[in-house]
Design a protein around this ligand. Structure first.
Ligand code: A2P
Length: 208
């Protein structure tokens, strides 16, 4: 079967519908705007620039590429570990093309990446790979990454923040209309949204 190898995509995931992508991009722009006006953010601005006094324009530093989505399984055209098994799973095939709402529960930014945390439902968790080296806590939508930083870093940045929270690191908090913003060392900011944002998405796959 010569075509079998070719039929596995770069990744499987939930792809936000176009109007929802616009809504979420706007959310991320508002997040940038809010941050840059905050005194606490200004105080820690050096985390985001190498040069003293250099202007930091977040919307220019972080570019999102392509369609906004939440990666479920990175299969790398069959080269990733467990790719074939995942692609052949009954639940993956059955739910392929199905529509559901992703719950965006937090926004976060680091000097490397910007993302939205996704709280997966029980049904969506069925599509989360069992062999995942990291827990489902890692589910996110990459909203942008700095030049030279790969998108995959966003999940690692989120996991790091969650580890700090689990370790009881208090951070510096600011109450905003949209939720509680916390600053952790190293330029990590986490905004726990008061009202999670619902984003309609289609479970599908991507080939470059
Ligand atoms: P993410 O899910 O954090 O956005 P790229 O643009 O680098 O080719 O990546 C394509 C997509 O696959 C991105 O969404 C990216 O990260 C995700 N991705 C890339 N490499 C991995 C990996 N090793 N594990 C999990 N997801 C990955």
């Amino acid at each position: 079967k010569p075509h079998e190898e070719m039929s596995i995509p770069l990744y499987f995931g939930w792809f936000l519908f176009r109007p929802v992508q616009e809504k979420v991009s706007e959310m991320s722009m508002n997040f940038f705007k809010t941050l840059t006006t905050l005194e606490t953010f200004k105080k820690h601005l050096s985390d985001f620039s190498d040069k003293e006094g250099e202007e930091v324009v977040l919307e220019q530093s972080f570019k999102a590429k392509g369609m906004l989505h939440c990666t479920a399984k990175f299969t790398n055209y069959g080269k990733a570990e467990g790719a074939k098994e995942y692609a052949e799973k009954k639940v993956v095939q059955e739910l392929y093309g199905s529509v559901s709402d992703l719950s965006l529960s937090a926004l976060f930014i680091t000097p490397r990446t910007v993302g939205a945390r996704v709280s997966l439902t029980e049904a969506q968790l069925q599509l989360w790979p069992e062999d995942a080296e990291k827990e489902a806590d890692r589910a996110h939508v990459t909203l942008g990454h700095a030049e030279g930083i790969p998108a995959v870093q966003t999940g690692y940045d989120l996991l790091e923040i969650l580890l700090l929270q689990k370790a009881g690191q208090p951070g510096e908090t600011v109450e905003l209309d949209s939720g509680t913003l916390t600053y952790y060392d190293g330029g990590r900011w986490y905004l726990a949204l008061k009202e999670p944002v619902s984003a309609a998405a289609c479970f599908s796959s991507y080939y470059k």
